[in-house]
Design a protein around this ligand. Structure first.
Ligand SMILES: Nc1ncnc2c1ncn2[C@@H]1O[C@H](COP(=O)(O)OP(=O)(O)OP(=O)(O)O)[C@@H](O)[C@H]1O
Length: 264
């Protein structure tokens, strides 16, 4: 049997090498009169694990809603592998896998049925869906549970299945909105290892939103978002320098200090 197709490794040809998986420029968003994202710009390259770090209310979910086109980006631009989301949503979204903050598996269907349903929505043939589902379930150590209902899984196992489902259509960019919320330390560690491995081995580009500093490892890229603005971006040492601190905790506290209310 030929080896299964995986997301392409970090580009091997010259022109692809420089193309960001995700490029956001000057993105703003308001709910009514209330502006919650202010000129956000960021970049995620193929093979990079980028942590979008921000406290509650920073604007992470709003940013995800714009990247996944739940909301229309009226100000600024979003490009996925060079395809502008408003102009070429078909090409852009074809490269994108998403794990939303709220779980979206059907608890009464089996793992296999949930994956088959999602594959059908992506136009993947039944035979190919079966093959890919088996491969993804094996990758997350749940192949023996394929015919169990999602309801019978733990929270951490459900999250693994959501990641498997997001990878079925072979995206080259995966965005995850607080995927570890409510999970114990072991489940969080498993998910982080799994997704970091996909970056390393398959060249997947990842944007991982969290408010938990301990989900940043030394090799991660970081984006600190606070009150709708990017306060720091780059490597861990660069974030430390931006926060003028010796530890990431101190830097984060400094960068996310709430700004004073504007004078009346
Ligand atoms: N549908 C909405 N209507 C009005 N305001 C909203 C709406 N959704 C979010 N907000 C506000 O926008 C700001 C950013 O919220 P958002 O959910 O994007 O942040 P977040 O970083 O994802 O927070 P959390 O970690 O708590 O989910 C918050 O002040 C929030 O109250």
């Amino acid at each position: 049997m030929p080896p299964p197709a995986r997301p392409r490794p970090a580009a091997s040809s010259g022109s692809e090498l420089a193309l960001p998986a995700l490029e956001v420029s000057g993105l703003s968003h308001a709910y009514g009169a209330r502006r919650v994202l202010h000129e956000v710009s960021l970049r995620v390259m193929p093979g990079e694990f980028t942590v979008l770090l921000g406290p509650n209310g920073a604007g992470k979910s709003t940013l995800f809603a714009l990247i996944t086109r739940l909301f229309d980006a009226r100000q600024g631009s979003i490009r996925i592998f060079g395809n502008e989301l408003r102009r070429r949503p078909d090409l852009a979204l074809a490269q994108l896998g998403v794990v939303f903050q709220q779980p979206t598996l059907d608890p009464d269907l089996t793992l296999r049925q949930n994956l088959a349903y999602s594959a059908a929505l992506h136009g993947i043939s039944r035979a190919e869906a079966r093959r890919r589902s088996a491969e993804e379930l094996a990758r997350i150590g749940l192949d023996q549970r394929a015919d169990d209902t999602v309801r019978s899984l733990s929270g951490g196992q459900r999250r693994r299945v959501e990641i498997a489902r997001a990878l079925l259509a072979r995206p080259r960019l995966l965005v995850l909105d607080e995927p570890t919320v409510g999970l114990d330390a072991a489940s969080r560690a498993f998910l982080l290892d799994h997704v970091r491995g996909l970056c390393r081995e398959n060249g997947l580009a990842v944007l991982w939103a969290t408010h938990l500093i301990d989900e940043v490892d030394a090799s991660a890229r970081i984006l600190v978002l606070h009150e709708g603005r990017i306060r720091a971006s780059g490597s861990v040492p660069e974030a430390l320098a931006a926060g003028g601190a010796a530890t990431l905790r101190e830097a984060f506290d400094h960068l996310t200090r709430t700004s004073p209310e504007p004078a009346p």
